[in-house]
Design a binder for this molecule. Structure first.
Ligand code: GLN
Length: 186
């Protein structure tokens, strides 16, 4: 199993480590020609969605990645990656990749709670640790299904081959989320 990890900015190395730990192969997507090789799934990491969105445009990666996802390539977006996938961002006209039926609320937890750690149950995955860093939450879903909630806020959703998480599974010891995503790629 070969998974491409968008490596323009943010926490991509941690995803690569997790994939290797789960027995998959990871390679970095940094430019258009990296999309030419075949891969079974794609990870959009956490970082800063505005910066990543800008780089995706400048490097002409936005539309090709959108097409890959619409064509059925499984994708997992974590934190800023969730924002990239969202069809709508609350109080913002920006749409980045926009393939997933969710509305993302950016920096949604306020200043003090910008970063926190908890454990919660996630449908089909189990009880997992969740690390939030200046995280968004999912304010609304249209076509996606909510998989997890923390304090009444949706923090994970799936829509067919697309998985979006407000937290950072690559930063915790549990391999369960990556293993689940690899199952989606099979
Ligand atoms: N606050 C960031 C954004 O809006 C997301 C933070 C993260 O990915 N850890 O893009």
């Amino acid at each position: 199993m070969r998974i491409g990890v968008l490596a323009l900015q943010g926490a991509f190395i941690e995803h690569e480590k997790k994939l290797i730990e789960c027995g998959a192969e990871a390679f970095e997507i940094r430019q258009l020609r990296d999309l030419e090789c075949s891969f079974d799934g794609l990870i959009l990491p956490g970082g800063e969605s505005t910066v990543m969105g800008k780089l995706l445009q400048e490097l002409n990666l936005m539309q090709p990645i959108r097409e890959r996802i619409l064509g059925g390539t499984p994708v997992m977006g974590t934190c800023a990656g969730l924002i990239l996938l969202a069809e709508r961002i609350a109080e913002d006209d920006t749409v980045h990749i926009g393939t997933m039926g969710i509305t993302a609320k950016r920096n949604a937890y306020g200043r003090q709670l910008g970063s926190f750690h908890t454990t919660a149950s996630c449908k089909d995955i189990g009880t997992i640790p969740m690390t939030f860093i200046r995280a968004p939450y999912i304010e609304q879903v249209s076509t996606a299904e909510i998989l997890a909630q923390v304090d009444g806020k949706a923090v994970a959703a799936r829509e067919n081959h697309q998985l979006a998480l407000a937290f950072h599974p690559e930063l915790d010891a549990s391999p369960l989320v990556h293993a689940y995503f690899l199952d989606m790629c099979r």
